[in-house]
Design a protein around this ligand. Structure first.
Ligand code: ZN
Length: 145
């Protein structure tokens, strides 16, 4: 099935595999890693499955394991570079039904570090990831993948 025209994450995958994405961290066999579209949380990154699938459990087990390993490498890299208080791993897909994981570093100087990471979502738009920031974050994380 070709979802490239309608699914934004399929569009991200297509751009990343064509080296035409301005927030790319890495292209793996079964996933791509992207700098998040905002940096309200410094180091916020995403993993996107390379195939348009709705649920992790619908993938073959070997692919699930590969994606999880990619996710853990990304999480470790974020932890090494940003030294957060905690990392929130979130896979929801209620808005975009294409398997993806948010890797969200949390910090002690937040208004409420114990709250869920979307509590201050209204402020994310004030921290949009610029191309320069994306290159800086990606370069920092790539050293630890
Ligand atoms: Zn898709």
């Amino acid at each position: 099935m070709d979802h490239f025209a309608t699914c934004p994450l399929c569009g991200d995958v297509k751009a990343a595999t064509e080296s035409n994405h301005d927030r790319i961290i890495a292209v793996n066999e079964h996933s791509i890693l992207l700098v998040g579209d905002h940096q309200f949380f410094s180091g916020y990154s995403m993993l996107v499955a390379r195939t348009h699938v709705r649920e992790m459990h619908d993938l073959p087990q070997a692919v699930q394991q590969a994606i999880f390993a990619d996710l853990m490498r990304l999480g470790r890299a974020v932890a090494e570079v940003y030294q957060p208080l905690k990392i929130n791993y979130a896979s929801l897909g209620n808005v975009v039904e294409h398997l993806h994981w948010h890797v969200i570093p949390r910090y002690s100087d937040e208004t409420d570090p114990k709250s869920h990471p979307w509590a201050e979502a209204a402020d994310f738009q004030n921290h949009k990831t610029t191309p320069e920031a994306a290159r800086r974050v990606a370069a920092a994380l790539q050293k630890y993948l």
